[in-house]
Design a protein around this ligand. Structure first.
Ligand SMILES: [Zn+2]
Length: 195
């Protein structure tokens, strides 16, 4: 097979929890592999769903992955492995340097696929995802199904001890999710944030 031609292309996949972002990333990477491209899937260290070396979507799809602690760690992994295409999961956790780092990777050139939560639990634009959406060559916004009413869900509901969380609660609980925090997909009408 001929060496793949490298194309600079930023595709951002955004949506609430349970909207199928990981399954879509795996689909996009798999079709590139079929065409002979080398791919690299990177997850943040704080993503508690990921077992080292593998991403598993809620649909059961599995894909090999590596962990990076921060945006600089992404650059190091890309330099070490030299893939044609790079995918970043849970991109909201990679810190403010992520857009600049991804621009460097794109300039190589390489294809970059990014997935992440576009809103936090209070419905606010989340970390660098809004900026990445603006810089993207292609945007896919996925929705889930509201667990309350069954309509299209675009929001992530945070529950503390089973009750809606306050907008003033800390965004990310240090050391992972708090023991009493749960999250579920809800539509705009059923999403509740206490003042
Ligand atoms: Zn609803």
């Amino acid at each position: 097979m001929m060496a793949a031609k490298r194309i600079p292309w930023l595709h951002v996949i955004a949506g609430c929890m349970s909207s199928g972002k990981t399954a879509e990333v795996v689909r996009l990477l798999t079709r590139r592999q079929i065409a002979g491209q080398s791919v690299l899937l990177i997850t943040p260290a704080r993503d508690t769903r990921v077992v080292p070396g593998e991403v598993v979507s809620r649909t059961g799809t599995r894909f090999p992955s590596v962990v990076a602690a921060d945006a600089a760690g992404i650059l190091a992994e890309v330099a070490r492995r030299d893939p044609d295409a790079v995918a970043i999961e849970e991109a909201q956790f990679f810190g403010p340097d992520l857009p600049d780092v991804l621009e460097q990777i794109l300039a190589a050139p390489r294809t970059v696929i990014v997935s992440g939560l576009d809103q936090d639990f209070a419905g606010r634009p989340f970390a660098t995802i809004p900026e990445l959406l603006a810089r993207a060559d292609k945007v896919t916004k996925l929705s889930a199904i509201c667990v309350i009413c069954g309509s299209e869900a675009t929001r992530t509901q945070r529950l503390r001890n089973g009750a809606p969380a306050s907008a003033n609660d800390e965004l990310i609980v240090i050391g992972g999710m708090g023991a009493d925090d749960t999250y579920e997909a809800r539509c705009r009408a059923c999403h509740v944030v206490l003042a």
